[in-house]
Design a protein around this ligand. Sequence first.
Ligand code: NAP
Ligand code: HSE
Length: 434
Amino acid sequence: MQDNKPLVVGLAGFGTVGGGLCRLLRENADLVRRRCGRDIRIKTILVRNANKIREVETPAGAALVEDAAKIYADPEIDVVCELMGGIKPAKDLIDKALEHGKDIVSANKALLAEDGLGLFRKARKLGRALRYEASVAGAIPIVEILRESMSGNRITSLIGILNGTSNYILWEMTAGGLDFATALQQAHDLGYAEADPSLDIDGIDTAHKLTILIRLAFGIDYPFSSLYVRGIRDVSALDIRFAGEFGYNIKLIGQVRDVGEEGAPRLEAGVFPALAPKPSLMANVRGAVNAVRVDGNASGPLFFNGAGAGALPTAGSVLSDLIAIARYDRACNTGYDDSGLKKADIVPRAEWNATYYARVMVDDAPGVLRDISGCMAAHGVSVAQMIQKTETGQHAVPLVFMTHETTDLAMENALKMAAKKGLLREPAMCMRVL
Ligand code: NAP
Ligand code: HSE
């Protein structure tokens, strides 16, 4: 039965996003009422430390608690909104809340990527909603777009800048001249970074989000643990400068392409830093902004961009899920029958095709250029452009080149050969070009 009594929320987490949600609910209270015909009221907030001094005012009438049972077992609470992060306590809370008949809203991409299928099955079996718009790309409504708006399309590829922190760091290193550590500290201070920022800079957060997007786009289970993941720790100011000279900006991207036949998808998917041509939309995504480009067989290419992290942009997406539940919208979790999603047919990374940027540090001596070119040729890699940057007084000099199309495997083997021949003064840097 549908009625217009307030939707009662148990909120787990009163940090960046939880605080943003409380602020937004207060500021947009009239709008929320007009949008869903009833109020949304936060009754209880679960935190680690209820005595902590907080910047955001506690919502009127809400109690701060440290015992999860006060949320999941309270019969008056309709929805548990999980904004605390982490896998273990968050999963236990959601499991118990579903068993107690609650609907769920979560922004926890780590949990949804690694354990989401079990939770979706459970929610479906119990007839509950499990909504997660805020888990991917902050304010961009990409979950809804893939699940609903593009459901008439066969998706052929998706590429995204999905981590605000990494994009902020790369952008500030490119446009602001900041060093990596300073840019990371700023991203943390602005509320973009995860509690453990290695999730951001090692590409894991992007991989969590990509796993969720693959399910939504293809209705396929591509296990998070099978994704190729590489972060931005080894992207140096030198690479940013050379990429710029070749006409590119470096971006951390998550990408999936269906290279199979119609009805028999084969997916090539991974997370890695890549060179985006400066005139492209992707190359110009600034700061903590996220972007997703989706290609559908009917729509053609679509490009979405907007705030990818931070309190209010993320809270806006959380609130849209609460409003949907307040409207008794029971949209299914992945948009496919997720009681038994098929496992992905995965294209091994060695077979991926692309053009590459590579930088090697070599001795400034006769014959070195020839020897490096020889390693490339030995593995069928054709070099399109090469520059050597000689700086006086330097023992090792950077040799930078762009290749014609080749495979990941050929590139890897060519660079391994150069290392084995003792030509490299430090490990080679190699990135795909978009
Ligand atoms: P945060 O600022 O670190 O806040 C976490 C909150 O959860 C805190 O209030 C903390 O309590 C509470 N908490 C953590 N572990 C708990 C536990 N075991 N028991 C009870 N309470 C616990 O985190 P956040 O940035 O808001 O992120 C929350 C979730 O949203 C994460 O899953 C994150 O990945 C996701 N997300 C974040 C953003 C963003 O821009 N920040 C964007 C999209 C999605 P105390 O306050 O007492 O410490
Ligand atoms: N740490 C994440 C990011 C938060 O930087 O994108 C948003 O999911």
